[in-house]
Design a protein around this ligand. Sequence first.
Ligand SMILES: C[S@@+](CC[C@H](N)C(=O)[O-])C[C@H]1O[C@@H](n2cnc3c(N)ncnc32)[C@H](O)[C@@H]1O
Length: 250
Amino acid sequence: MQAINKELVRKRFQRSLNTYDNEATVQKRMALSLINFLTTNAGNKFDKILEIGCGTGNLTRQTIQNLDHKELIVNDIVEETEKYVQNLSSKIFFIPGDAENIDLPTNLDLIISNASFQWMADLPEFLKKLHSCLNKDGILAFTSFSPDNFSEISKLTDNKLQSYSLIELIYLVNDYYETVYTHNEMEKLNFNSPLEVLEHVKQIGVNAMAQRFWTKKDLNEFKINYIKYFSNDGKVNLTYCPDYYVLKAK
Ligand SMILES: C[S@@+](CC[C@H](N)C(=O)[O-])C[C@H]1O[C@@H](n2cnc3c(N)ncnc32)[C@H](O)[C@@H]1O
């Protein structure tokens, strides 16, 4: 398991901004599903909203289109994301920085986030911090990934983020939140080769997991083993395991 290097996370996501939207098909679907689960189970009216880890604005656009709101405060650790979201709505106010370590706005009715919380160094503590920013009965709606996400890569390398199963996380924050709705999924993407898998994770910024330099030998072993263990009909697989949470502040 690796400690999160925030500077590396910032740099890798900054570098992936131009390629992210083309490659992040799963994350785009997750943003749509999250809004759907939120509106179905907790309504669509939230006066003051904070979005964490906005990236290129996939969830921001869904939030603007589907939620009745007065204020939308949007954050990302990568300052350059501001230009992707600033013109989406006149109600947007951007705050840059590591959401775990900056002061966040308070009296919020909704905190929302897609595919970002897996990058937090201490997710249960972070969810407690978010609780202190929410009004009573305020909603925290987010997606993250369960421990089996990208299992192919974590079985062949030491690149594995600390992550929690849905049940574990709900248990850890039970004093702070009531569960309104949860859901988990599994989806396998197919690629022509292990190198295409590596290119995919680079283009969505996820190679921030890889904190050490790979030798030629490492790369060859990775390619051989990936094909040996994770191929199907001439293609190789990569497994995504998104988790969805709609929680209410106690
Ligand atoms: C996989 S992208 C998801 C982007 C967007 N939410 C979407 O739906 O496509 C993860 C985002 O979280 C941001 N991020 C990672 N760690 C963060 C932190 N500690 N504080 C704020 N943002 C963070 C990254 O910069 C990146 O833009």
